[in-house]
Design a protein. Structure first.
Length: 459
């Protein structure tokens, strides 16, 4: 099978392009052998797939001496093939520092953002990038060395959203042989010849040894990655059905599942459900197999209120009956004072506290939002603050028994990361109200009460 037929087989087997036509494709062109091959091959498939072709060269700002020559080569290649050419400059180093990323990861993220921007600008449907079978094998080895699970070992997907990889099943040696026969030049990135990065070390030192053991190593690794990818697609349908059954709540930046059925999941499904939870919440950047295993330990063995911190500000929290993955920063009540009746937005939480007098006989409309006190027992100013070590009060309904606030929160199953967001209202040094939860028995109205003080707590 010649190279063109191999690429068409890959395109068709992974449904990369429609044979009905109307395929607008943007080629990511670096000038290297792989992207040069892709740029040469796709125009030859133009009529067969109804292609509208554009190419973009991304200047990463990392190799100023080589970039002009690469860009000129890419432009000339496109002109010779009748492919519209574009160029985009991105600033990798400032972005990497800002986001705390490695140079390669930052370059990749900005590169794909640039691709997506050009796709929208030109009204195209697909981004074609030139990963080949050797890239697939190298990625498989990199992830294997890092202890990845089946999802990671499935390596580079042939199709991911708008991104297609027509060369993903074509070995690098066949690409270079094709370019040689066609007398088409290409640019060799000198950084690819240095063992500064793990991928380069694997390409230059490890893969040659493996090819001595098995000359078909690249195709064997690619085949294994494909099998794992197919099995992951099967598991994905099971995972999505499981998530629908477990889902308790989903909001921006967080997802919450019922704990009991989550704990009972088979480990094979649980790993995938947790991975999907992270993906839904904040993406999988920086997430490794060990992070998933740590979350599993939390689900299975953690106590209510236990949590672990994950990359990029993500937290996994085991509650009493649910399990939460969130990127939200816990809110905390900032101190405030009310000199008399009135209304206050509690700093740090956005909750509203309203205080006013009422005649005896007044009936509150909403329990846990409206609380009645003997006005003569409460003195101003009222202090609103978060909990402090050693806090205690006498919860209403406990016949005046004193209780540590910490124990009260535990008994009420208030998650640890929500306790600092509960406003406490203090009068004369005593907690008279834990907002939204319980008033203090010592300040409630009695038969002798002459006038009521009403405190409303609302979100």
């Amino acid at each position: 099978m010649d190279l063109l037929d191999q690429i068409k087989k890959t395109i068709d087997s992974h449904s990369m392009l429609s044979r009905e036509g109307g395929n607008g494709v943007l080629i990511g062109l670096s000038g290297g052998a792989d992207s040069a091959c892709l740029t040469v091959v796709l125009p030859r498939l133009k009529d067969e797939y109804g292609l509208e072709l554009h190419a973009v060269y991304i200047d990463h700002g990392l190799r100023p001496d080589e970039t002009p020559g690469e860009a000129a080569f890419a432009k000339n290649l496109c002109q010779s093939l009748g492919v519209e050419f574009h160029i985009e400059k991105i600033d990798v180093i400032p972005f990497a520092k800002k986001e705390g990323l490695g140079k390669q990861e930052a370059a990749r993220e900005l590169r794909y953002k640039a691709f997506d921007s050009w796709l929208t600008r030109l009204g195209l449907a697909k981004i074609a990038v030139a990963h080949n079978a050797d890239d697939q094998a190298e990625t498989f080895l990199m992830r294997f060395l890092r202890g990845a699970g089946p999802k990671g070992l499935s390596a580079i997907p042939p199709v991911r959203g708008k991104i297609i990889r027509p060369l993903i099943e074509t070995p690098r040696v066949e690409i270079e042989e094709f370019l040689g026969r066609e007398e088409i030049g290409y640019i060799t990135d000198p950084s690819n010849l240095k063992e500064d990065y793990l991928r380069n070390r694997i390409r230059l030192s490890v893969v040659p040894v493996l090819k001595e053991i098995n000359p078909s190593f690249v195709l064997a690794a690619t085949r294994t990655a494909n099998v794992l990818a197919e099995e992951e697609r099967y598991f994905e349908s099971i995972v999505l059905k499981t998530i629908m059954r477990l889902l308790h709540n989903k909001a921006d930046g967080e997802v919450e599942f019922f704990l009991s059925p989550l704990e009972s999941l088979d480990i094979v499904i649980l790993r995938r459900v947790l991975r999907k939870m992270l993906d839904i919440t904040a993406g999988l950047r920086g997430v490794e197999f060990t992070h998933i295993e740590d979350i599993i330990k939390l689900v299975k063995k953690g106590a209510p209120g236990d949590r672990i911190n994950l990359p990029h500000g993500v937290r996994a929290i085991k509650k009493y009956s649910t399990f939460l993955i969130t990127t939200k920063v816990p809110s905390r009540v900032e101190p405030a004072t009310m000199e008399g009746p009135g209304e206050l937005e509690v700093p740090g939480t956005g909750k509203i506290i309203k205080v006013y007098y009422a005649e005896k006989g007044f009936q509150p409309g909403e329990p846990k939002k409206m609380y009645l006190f003997d006005a003569d027992r409460v003195s101003f100013p009222l202090v609103i603050r978060a909990r402090q070590d050693g806090d205690f009060f006498c919860p209403a309904g406990l016949a005046g028994s004193r209780k540590k606030l910490q124990d009260f929160f535990v008994d009420e199953k208030t998650p640890r990361d929500q306790r600092d967001a509960v406003p406490l209202i203090i009068s004369g040094g005593d907690i008279i109200l834990v907002c939204g939860m319980r008033a203090d028995e010592r300040f409630k109205p009695t038969d002798e009460t002459r006038r009521l003080l009403v405190i409303e707590c609302r979100d």
